[in-house]
Design a binder for this molecule. Sequence first.
Ligand code: F6P
Length: 325
Amino acid sequence: MGQIKTIGVLTSGGDAPGMNAAIRAVTRAAIANNLRVMAIYRGYEGLINDEVREFHTEDVSGIICRGGTILKTARSQEFMTEKGRAKAHKVMKKHSIDALVVIGGNGSLTGARLFAQEYDVPCIGLPGTIDNDLWGTDLTIGYDTTLNTIMECVDKIRDTANSHERIFFVEVMGRDAGFLAQNSAIAAGAEAAIIPEDSTGADQLEQFIGRGIRKSKSSSIVIVSESPKCGAMYYAERVRKEYPEYDVRVSILGHLQRGGSPSAGDRILASRMGLGAIQALNDGQRNVMIGIRNDEIVYVPFSNAVKSDKPLKKDLIDVMNTLSI
Ligand code: F6P
């Protein structure tokens, strides 16, 4: 691999607040380092279909405050096939793109890893996902904004829950990870969080009811991590059957959690990571995700970043349980 002169940048997978700040940072850091920037639209799908155009500094003006991604995004099935990746490589060669910066979550970085294994293309990942489920980084871009969005929604739900003396099951996103559920529950002063990381094997609903919360409070809020089988609806149904004395409601927050202007935390994180991606290329790094640990930028090999089951600190569960009495 010769000297890198041109980079490609794309966003892929679920959009996350702060992706635009990351696009801006990658673009401007690259230009500051005399690199040409090719913006790739619609993620890997756009790379395969040649939806590529050069970006200049003014193309990323005024976007740091905007949610979503100006580059659009997609979950490309075709890129998961060898044929799809071969097409994508051809398009890269056509535009003389020497290296790729991929902003996305687990699936997107898995795609980058496969691509880098097959072709001699340095790939750098930026963790762009609200789920915070990537290993090797304390935070992902979008997570902080989404936590704040959930907290604001739960604050509002609390008003009506209190007024009617109800139990509310509030379902939040996170895919297979409970970071959003656990930390939004702490931030909103919820009575419980039901998360996939609970490894005690105990029935989390019985534990919650068993703590006798309703005796001392006029309402309860339980944050539930999304799950195909055991989401908020499942628990609400169980309470209706097993504890009919309680008045229960469900609120599924859905995609509003992914929208909105990014928080200061996410804008700063995305800006630092975007610059980190270009520095990583300058350092000769390849096939790493930019992470942040103890407030320091770190390089995390793709193989580590995409491992499943990033651990959730058990003391968060203690904080929740102790303070929700
Ligand atoms: O990975 C981000 C995420 O928002 C998950 O929390 C959620 O499970 C999923 O994406 C939803 O995806 P879609 O927008 O395709 O429905």
